[in-house]
Design a binder for this molecule. Structure first.
Ligand code: HEC
Length: 103
């Protein structure tokens, strides 16, 4: 069940993520859009109700940043996060992980 929900969320959210990144320029409004994408799965404050999605709240900046880099360079693989990370620049990753590490 969690897997099915996850898949459905994935498809919906990834489409939005593609669209928002394709038209991306680093304004505050665009940053909010990116954050909203993460939040759709990981929850508003980095805590979510889905069993198959890890909470980001309480993780250190270094840990979160390393995980995103690992997803981006293929060291760590996940059907959703690998795609998400590849769509983001390292600048995006720095800003987003900073936000979630401060929750
Ligand atoms: C469609 C759902 C979805 C979206 C959107 C999403 N994530 Fe994830 N995220 C996941 C799942 C599922 C995992 C667990 C992957 C695994 O099992 O390796 C994960 C794992 C992570 C991890 C590793 C956490 C850990 O404890 O090791 C980080 C960091 C992360 N996501 C950050 C983000 C950020 C930042 C965004 C927004 C740019 C984002 N995610 C968008 C579903 C999502």
């Amino acid at each position: 069940m969690a897997k099915m929900i996850n898949k459905r969320i994935s498809r919906y959210v990834l489409t939005g993520l593609y669209l928002s990144i394709m038209s991306f320029s680093a304004t505050a409004a665009d940053d909010d859009k990116l954050k909203n994408m993460c939040m759709a799965c990981h929850g508003d404050n980095g805590v979510n109700p889905y069993q198959s999605i890890p909470d980001l709240r309480g993780q250190s900046l270094i840990y979160l940043r390393n995980q995103m880099a690992a997803f981006k360079n293929g060291e760590r693989q996940d059907i959703t996060m690998s795609k998400v990370a590849q769509l983001l620049s390292y600048d995006d990753i720095n800003r987003l992980t900073k936000y979630f590490s401060e929750q």
